[in-house]
Every structure is written in structure tokens, then in C-alpha cells.
Design a protein around this ligand. Structure first.
Ligand code: PMP
Length: 330
């Protein structure tokens, strides 16, 4: 019988898919690393697995323990799957800008979810950072993975995502484009690709306009999972050669195009990363191979990005936008 003993075995080894329509007229090859093929539907399954196994090995997480984490949803799903396999309880703390579909998924896996306002400062007692700290301190047997500081986050990408991209492209990758949230993906995979290529691979970050990574003040933006108002320990800015700022409107319009034109039904941070990748592609040569990492699938965003009314309410959908983006890329 060809079976798997556990979903955990299916984490990683995601496919690399060539973009054809969006890259028409551009010289380089652009390949999407489609992370929604992970069992929890996102890139975050990778860090969940490594963080939990390390905590078990070091004794921080013991049988019957509780995992407490501030997460925009995807890390929660990854942790919930790993926890369910191993018998831990999960409490997740999410900012209120996260779509209700994502929260329902967490609850479906049996996790408890606490929702906090996303407009308050990180040191405010109601911020999702503060609330998760408090819960971790007061819950018996609690362990907080702390994806913003846990070095197993970038390490998981150094040991899996990076090597996969190198092997799948047979060492031909020249550019790696990736959104920055905790910075774990770009730091781990980017560092590996730089090391193995002797510094040849260029690493380009994609950041929502307003976020600190691209020089912003941390003012609000709507793309979920990327951008920060603090500098986390999981991000090493040395790994990035360049960080490109992308607006919400550009990100969401591109996310819709990814579904329609590439049949990649993916999330808003994927649109963001793709805008950056196509900007890089516009100045790259025919031998260049650009890999853009697409962190999650689009089903958690059906009532937002893929809803015309929602897009129009925020001014993201207009006759000019549809016309301006129908023929050309940017
Ligand atoms: N996109 C989405 C949808 C995410 O959930 C995350 C994780 N926060 C990212 C992008 C960014 O990945 P990383 O935290 O590794 O920088």
C-alpha cells in the first residue's frame, strides 16, 4: 500500500510552477514556489513542525502541554496540525484584520482563538503580542513558539525551502523573491541559496508600502501575513540585496490576476510577491531564473480580495485599474 502514516510527512517538497501568462513579453523564466500544496495550506507548516519538534527535544513542550501563539492564521494551522498529531492543546491570538474564514479553519482543527484589535501599538495591553505573552505566562504547561524570535523558523527554510529550490532548478536559480513577515522564509531560504551559489543568487524582499522593512513607519496596510511595525529577530536584513515596497492595491489586483491568468488561487501576499518578481523580471535577462515564493492559497480570502464589492469599497477596483492592468503587467 502506498500510504503516509501522518500528514506531517507531507510538509514541504512543494512544486515549482512556471508562470506563463503574466510573464508574456518578459525575457527571464519566472517560477512560483506554490506553498499552498503543504497539508495545512501554507508555507508555515514548515516552521510549525521544526519549532514543535525542537521544543519537544529540549523539554520546553511536554505531554499534555498547551501551545500559545500570536498568529495571522497560517502558523496556527500548521501548529494545529502538528499539535493534533501529537496531542497538545492550542490557543491562538489573532489581529482582527484576519479574515473570518481563516479563524474558522483554526477552530475547525480544535484550536481556541482570541481576537485582538490590530490598530493598537505593539506594547498596548490589548495588542496581540501582549495578550499572547499574558496567556503564555498564566496557562499551566504553556509553551510559546514565538515565531518572531524562534531561530527554528529561519532554520526550517534553510534546511527545506532553500535546498528544494536549488534542487528543483538544478542550481539555475538567479533571483529569489519573497514577502517578509517574520522574515523567516527569506532569511533561511535566502541564506541557503546565497551560500550554495557562492553569493550569485540575488535575494529580493517584497514588503507592503508603510511597513518597516522598506523604510516605512509601520503604518497600517491590508495585505495579511507580511510587513511589520517592529524588527523581529527572525529577520536578517543582511540576506536581502533589495526590498521593494508594493501597495495594497497593486498586491490585490495581482492576486486576482494570478487566479484568472495563471490559475493560481492564492493569497494577497502572493500578489505582493509577484508584483515584486515581475518588476525584477522586467530588467532581468533571458538566462535568468526568478523564483517567487507564494506563501498560501486563496480560499481564505474569498470574501475580501476575490469579492468585487469589498475591492470597490476600498478603492482597489476601478475601471482604470482593470483597464490599466488588462494588457500590461505594471
Ligand atoms: N504571507 C503569509 C500569508 C503569511 O502568513 C506569512 C507568514 N507571516 C508570510 C507571507 C511571510 O512569511 P515569513 O513570516 O516567513 O516572513
Amino acid at each position: 500500500m502506498r500510504t503516509h502514516d501522518s500528514l506531517i510527512e507531507l510538509v514541504g517538497n512543494t512544486p515549482l510552477v512556471r508562470m506563463n501568462a503574466l510573464t508574456a513579453g518578459l525575457a527571464p523564466t519566472v517560477l512560483a514556489k506554490a506553498e499552498y500544496f503543504n497539508p495545512g495550506g501554507s508555507v508555515k507548516d514548515r516552521i510549525a513542525l521544526r519549532m514543535v519538534e525542537d521544543a519537544e527535544n529540549s523539554g520546553q513542550l511536554r505531554p499534555g502541554g498547551t501551545i500559545v501563539e500570536p498568529t495571522s492564521g497560517n502558523t496556527g494551522v500548521g501548529l494545529a496540525i502538528v499539535a493534533a498529531e501529537k496531542g497538545y492543546r492550542c490557543v491562538f491570538v489573532c489581529p482582527d484584520k484576519v479574515g473570518s474564514d481563516k479563524l474558522s479553519v483554526l477552530r475547525a482543527y480544535g484550536a481556541e482563538v482570541v481576537v485582538c484589535p490590530s490598530t493598537v501599538a505593539p506594547d498596548h495591553p490589548d495588542s496581540y503580542y501582549s495578550v499572547s505573552d499574558r496567556l503564555a505566562a498564566t496557562t499551566p504547561g504553556a509553551w510559546k513558539p514565538d515565531q518572531y524570535a524562534n531561530q527554528n523558523n529561519p532554520a526550517s527554510h534553510y534546511h527545506t525551502t532553500g535546498p528544494e529550490i536549488w534542487e528543483q532548478t538544478e542550481g539555475r536559480v538567479t533571483h529569489f523573491v519573497c514577502g517578509i513577515g517574520t522574515g523567516g522564509t527569506i532569511t533561511g531560504a535566502g541564506r541557503y541559496l546565497k551560500e550554495i551559489s557562492g553569493g550569485r543568487v540575488r535575494v529580493i524582499g517584497a514588503d507592503p508600502e508603510g511597513s518597516v522593512y522598506s523604510g516605512g513607519s509601520g503604518r497600517p496596510y491590508m495585505v495579511e501575513g507580511v510587513g511589520e511595525d517592529i524588527w523581529p529577530e527572525t529577520y536578517d536584513p543582511q540576506v536581502c540585496d533589495e526590498v521593494l515596497a508594493v501597495t495594497d492595491k497593486e498586491s490585490f489586483v495581482m492576486t486576482r490576476r494570478l487566479a484568472k491568468e495563471e490559475t493560481l488561487l492564492v493569497g494577497g501576499s502572493c500578489g505582493l510577491a509577484t508584483v515584486a518578481a515581475l518588476r525584477v523580471a522586467a530588467t532581468a535577462g533571458p538566462d535568468d531564473v526568478i523564483v517567487v515564493l507564494l506563501p498560501d492559497g486563496g480560499r481564505g480570502y474569498l470574501t475580501k480580495i476575490f469579492n468585487d464589492e469589498w475591492m470597490a469599497d476600498y478603492g482597489f477596483l476601478s475601471a482604470e485599474t482593470e483597464e490599466a492592468t488588462a494588457g500590461d503587467v505594471l
